[in-house]
Design a protein around this ligand. Structure first.
Ligand SMILES: Cc1cc2nc3c(=O)[nH]c(=O)nc-3n(C[C@H](O)[C@H](O)[C@H](O)COP(=O)(O)OP(=O)(O)OC[C@H]3O[C@@H](n4cnc5c(N)ncnc54)[C@H](O)[C@@H]3O)c2cc1C
Length: 395
């Protein structure tokens, strides 16, 4: 029996689900809000772990393609002190395939290849228990029903309210992202500073992390503890890491997040006193994007609702510390295998129930690990951040 299956969201989780179901010869409808694959920048590089994201790609029959595209050298990690002293310099062995990096666009194209995604189909609501299945309502006023709807629509999921009243909350740590193009030719000194993979500098309540993508593109993340409205309210300076330096006077009138020069000078003031080569990562950054870090409650679960489920960030949004896409992909692959193996409607519901139990147990552990990790990586004591890396890096 062919179930009518829809997945909402064409991120790593939704696409892996669709690709594995497609591999099993089962039809699947992929509904994506973006009007086209390249409607917005795809975001930074992803490291895919052997037992998680790579296992999912194996289930999709894409392991060899992944290894051809991925960058094992991207597993390199350097940690510098705020004065520029190199404290750690880990380089992977040539055969190390534990966490190779891949650009999001490359991963998306790999998964997308044979899939027929419906672009520009923003979902507004999912209503379970309709006469003919679960009802999906779209922004353009249309609606459709399916036997099973999978919400893989990320942090601000429109599917989630069908099963849970949970909403993401702010962690107290925010992030400003910028990037540098052609680093090897245009800024060779900075290229050496970043190395082949990632570079991080940890200070009191703040960090600067730079990560290589392919083609000499580097993403830089400034992370710091601050109230959510740090950029609008001058009285909220106190929560910021560099209280002595303060932010530049422009902030008193509110910082325009779209003003590249104002963002740059505010960040330079915030990280004032850090080594000049480290601050060059901000000086040479192009656009700046403000991305506060939100999470769902650790171990978020819900009472099973027939016909609707969630996976990935929609189910368990957690701090961006290398697990979210990996979990979303493995969940997508596992759910697809279970759905493909479920012959009747009752079997389908049983398969989804079993999937949810497995997802909740695994994601709950990762949510705890990443929540504790974020507390230690952005804390009063920079030595704590280095200790986190010492615990996870092979000696
Ligand atoms: C800076 C940063 C670095 C990270 N690094 C890593 C890493 O190295 N490894 C790792 O595992 N994870 C990493 N993560 C986490 C990872 O990005 C997410 O966990 C992952 O993208 C979640 O995948 P997803 O498919 O669940 O959701 P998403 O990637 O958010 O995809 C959701 C999709 O749904 C679509 N959508 C949303 N709403 C609707 C709607 N209403 N209707 C239709 N479509 C909709 C969106 O357009 C999007 O395409 C990082 C995150 C950040 C911010």
């Amino acid at each position: 029996m062919r179930h009518r299956i829809a997945v909402i969201g064409g991120g790593p989780g939704g696409l892996t689900f669709a690709r594995v179901l497609h591999r099993h010869g089962h039809p699947v409808t992929v509904l994506e809000r973006d009007p086209s694959p390249d409607a917005r920048p795809p975001g930074g590089t992803l490291d895919l772990q052997e037992g998680l994201g790579q296992r999912a790609l194996d289930k999709a029959g894409l392991a060899a393609e992944f290894h051809a595209l991925s960058r094992p050298e991207g597993q390199a990690m350097r940690i510098l002190d705020t004065d520029g002293t190199v404290l750690r310099d880990w380089r992977p062995r040539p055969d190390d395939r534990a966490n190779p990096e891949i650009d999001r666009r490359q991963l998306r194209d790999l998964l997308l290849d044979p899939l027929d995604v419906q672009w520009g189909r923003g979902v507004t609501e999912v209503v379970p228990g309709a006469e003919d299945g679960a009802l999906v309502r779209f922004a353009d006023g249309r609606q459709e029903t399916f036997d099973l709807v999978i919400g893989a629509d990320g942090a601000w999921s429109r599917t989630r309210p069908a099963v849970s009243s949970a909403t993401p909350h702010y962690t107290g740590v925010t992030s400003v992202e910028t990037s540098i193009d052609d680093i090897d030719t245009r800024h060779p000194d900075l290229a050496r500073l970043v190395g082949d993979g990632s570079m991080a500098v940890y200070g009191v309540n703040g960090s600067l992390v730079a990560q290589r993508n392919s083609g000499g593109h580097v993403k830089v993340y400034a992370r710091f503890r601050a109230p959510l409205d740090w950029h609008t309210d001058p009285d909220r300076h106190l929560g910021l890491m560099n209280q002595d330096a303060g932010l530049d006077a422009g902030l008193d009138a509110g910082l325009d997040l779209a003003d590249v020069e104002a963002m740059r000078s505010s960040l330079l003031a915030l990280f004032d006193g850090w080594a000049a080569p480290v601050l060059d990562l901000l000086r040479h950054g192009t656009a700046f994007a403000h991305r506060p870090i939100y999470v769902l409650p650790v171990s978020h679960t819900w009472a099973h609702v027939p016909g609707v489920t969630l996976l990935g960030d929609a189910a368990h949004l957690m701090p961006p510390l290398g697990a979210g896409a990996n979990l979303a992909m493995l969940e997508g692959a596992e759910l697809a295998e279970s759905v493909a193996a479920a012959p009747g409607p009752g079997d389908l519901d049983e398969a989804v129930r079993a999937f949810e139990e497995q997802m909740w147990a695994r994601a709950g552990k990762w949510a705890q690990i990443t929540a504790a990790g974020l507390e230690r990586l952005v804390s009063q004591d920079p030595a704590e951040a280095i200790a986190v890396w010492d615990e996870v890096q092979p000696s």
